[in-house]
Design a protein. Structure first.
Length: 324
């Protein structure tokens, strides 16, 4: 009997839904036992978010300040064959409840020497959050064997409006007669997530040791190259501002609230000026930096590989049958 632990947290229910579809083949297999652990912060985060509280969460998110979480229902001494960590991204970092879990004493015991699969459901900027998650997993002695990232269906520009409207109002949309598209990952992509669980069942059945090939060629992630530079710039700005906010007191402190108003204006100006300029510049420079960008894309797609690799493989298969 193989034992799998799924650690998850979700505000709207989206990520728990993704985790459920992902793990359905494991749940259906009588040779696998699946334990779901829902992470509960002692002080719950609101959903929908009040605007200023939403903004005020970014310094703690970026600096990985862990909130206290309720004790887990699973014993930290239980021995699992695989741990699946389902997390969402908050301000280019793993969400605070999941950071709370990763920094708990229970995680230290549960992840030690264990294969880990990360499962992300977010707007579409997850690359640097996953870098933080990788460090935390390695710090606990875990071994990352797979990563799946599901992103919002509205694309970069659509979700730029749709996701904030969703988390600030609780309504997915579409809004304004479709001008702001529906937020969240598409139903189709959530349903199709069971292919990853099926692959894990297959490897368990074949008695294979789980390694970085586990979820290859299933289109586990899609690397949006124009977002690599944007994430790096955004993160640098978050860290700078975050340091200033932290110096002014804890979350909710009055001085922080005042600075937040200034920060909100700064963000809007940044978004309507620097972000499009940055994207345009990156598009223009991309042909000159092709090799470097491709190397970065390959790096961020590890260990499970990107959707375009699946497409490449299909094309190669078609070509090889055509030519044989
Ligand atoms: C405070 C906050 C910050 C967020 N920051 C990001 C982000 O930096 N990148 C991203 O792709 N999505 C971001 N999102 C969207 C979430 O990753 C996620 O898609 C959404 O909150 C739904 O998750 P749920 O399953 O918890 O409901 C953010 C959401 C919240 C609430």
């Amino acid at each position: 009997m193989k034992k799998v632990l799924v650690v998850h947290y979700s505000q709207s229910g989206q990520l728990s839904d993704i985790a459920r579809h992902f793990t359905q083949p494991l749940v259906d297999d009588e040779n696998v036992s699946v334990v779901f652990e829902n992470v509960c912060p002692q002080k719950p985060y609101p959903f929908p978010w009040p605007f200023f509280q939403f903004l005020d969460t970014f310094p703690n998110s970026v600096y990985l300040d862990p909130p206290t979480i309720e004790p887990l229902t699973v014993s930290a001494d239980e021995d699992f064959d695989l741990i699946i960590i389902a997390y969402q991204v908050w301000f280019l970092s793993p969400s605070l409840p999941m950071t709370g879990f990763m920094q708990s004493s229970a995680a230290k015991k549960l992840l030690k020497d264990k294969p880990v699969v990360t499962l992300i459901g977010c707007r579409n900027m997850w690359l640097l959050a996953q870098e933080e998650m990788k460090k935390m997993i390695a710090g606990l002695g875990g071994r990352l064997v797979g990563n799946v990232a599901l992103v919002d269906e509205a694309g970069s520009i659509g979700s730029f409006w749709a996701t904030p409207v969703w988390v600030l109002t609780g309504k997915k949309g579409p809004h304004l007669g479709g001008l702001i598209p529906r937020a969240g990952v598409s139903e189709e992509n959530i349903k199709r997530c069971d292919r990853f669980g099926a692959r894990i069942v297959q490897w368990f059945d074949e008695g294979r040791e789980l390694n970085g090939d586990l979820l290859k060629n299933l289109g586990a992630v899609q690397i949006e190259e124009s977002l690599i530079a944007s994430e790096k710039t955004g993160r640098r700005a978050f860290r700078l501002w975050g340091r200033l906010f932290r110096a002014l007191g804890p979350e909710g402190a009055r001085l922080r609230r005042c600075l937040l108003a200034v920060y909100a204006v700064f963000l809007v100006v940044l978004i309507v000026t620097v972000v499009p300029l940055n994207m345009l510049l990156n598009k223009l420079l991309a042909p000159l930096m092709r090799e470097r960008i491709d190397a970065q894309k390959a790096y961020f797609a590890e260990p499970s590989g990107s959707a375009s690799e699946v497409a490449d493989e299909k094309i190669m298969r078609v070509q090889s049958t055509e030519y044989s």
